[in-house]
Design a protein around this ligand. Structure first.
Ligand SMILES: Nc1ncnc2c1ncn2[C@@H]1O[C@H](COP(=O)(O)OP(=O)(O)OP(=O)(O)O)[C@@H](O)[C@H]1O
Ligand SMILES: [Mg+2]
Length: 257
């Protein structure tokens, strides 16, 4: 695995706060909410504050999003995680696998919300997706991976149960890892709340332009050379390579897991 440091512009601040009473959820400065996770390699400085930070993973089809998300899941030791695994792509020996949300919640509730859970849903409807968002919002203290998010929300249609997680999940100890092929179609609040953004290869200009406003012009190197408007001299990135940016860092990093 190799890493190169790149310069880029700043990401916008995280500003969303909930006004609700969230006293039954972990305090932002408690020991539990400060659990940090980092990817195994040690070369990528990915310090993730579970239950307090959000993450976006985006890129074209087959670019490596689910593979990376699965690697992150495996590295999240002693952190409660639920995965909406729409395409049955997650594999983790230490996660419990379910096909029905009710079965998952029964075990989750008995375990007082401890453990790692993969939901490979038989019911892939919008309603099932929203039911999961609501269930996690009610319970709190969970890192929720949402794969294939573009199938369930867009800029045009505001999905309340999902928006609740993004806008008001943090005081409840909820982290959302949003995974999508179309960054430009994500509601703006998803990127504005994300502390960490990973972006793989992109083919659609509007996606690059949208991401550029959040991550800087380096994202043009994620396009095929003949479609780039900037970074034309940058090398073609190897397969499954991403551009990662922590919003609090000045520089982004090109890398691969
Ligand atoms: N870093 C990697 N090393 C080795 N193989 C990888 C890596 N990343 C992805 N792959 C392989 O590439 C293929 C596509 O990866 P993945 O399924 O993660 O893509 P994706 O972006 O989630 O695609 P989709 O949008 O279709 O869900 C898979 O077979 C996966 O195992
Ligand atoms: Mg995938």
């Amino acid at each position: 695995m190799s890493w190169r440091k790149l310069s880029s512009d700043s990401l916008p601040d995280n500003t969303d706060e909930s006004q609700e009473d969230t006293s039954r959820f972990v305090e932002p400065d408690s020991a539990e909410s400060q659990v940090e996770a980092s990817v195994d390699s040690g070369k990528l400085n990915f310090q993730f504050e579970a239950y307090n930070e959000d993450c976006v993973i985006c890129g074209a089809k087959n670019s490596g999003k689910s593979y990376l998300a699965n690697e992150l899941l495996k590295s999240f030791n002693n952190i409660t995680c639920i995965v909406w695994d729409f395409n049955f792509q997650f594999h983790d020996a230490r996660s419990m696998l379910f096909h029905r949300l009710d079965d998952l919640l029964e075990v989750y509730d008995k375990a007082n919300g401890k453990g790692r859970y993969i939901l490979q849903p038989f019911d892939k409807s919008q309603q099932a997706f929203e039911k999961l968002c609501d269930a996690v919002f009610q319970r709190g203290n969970t890192v929720l991976f949402l794969d294939e998010l573009h199938l369930f929300c867009s800029k045009q249609s505001i999905i309340k149960p999902f928006q609740n997680l993004i806008l008001s999940g943090r005081p409840r100890g909820i982290s959302v890892i949003s995974i999508s092929t179309r960054p430009a179609s994500l509601p703006n609040s998803v990127l504005s709340n994300a502390n960490h953004v990973f972006c793989f290869r992109l083919n659609i200009e509007s996606d690059v332009k949208f991401l550029e406003s959040w991550m800087g012009s380096e994202v043009w190197q994620l396009m095929p050379v003949d479609k780039r408007q900037k970074m034309k001299d940058a090398p073609i990135l190897p397969e499954h390579t991403f551009y990662y940016r922590n919003q609090s860092d000045v520089n982004g990093v090109v890398g691969k897991v």
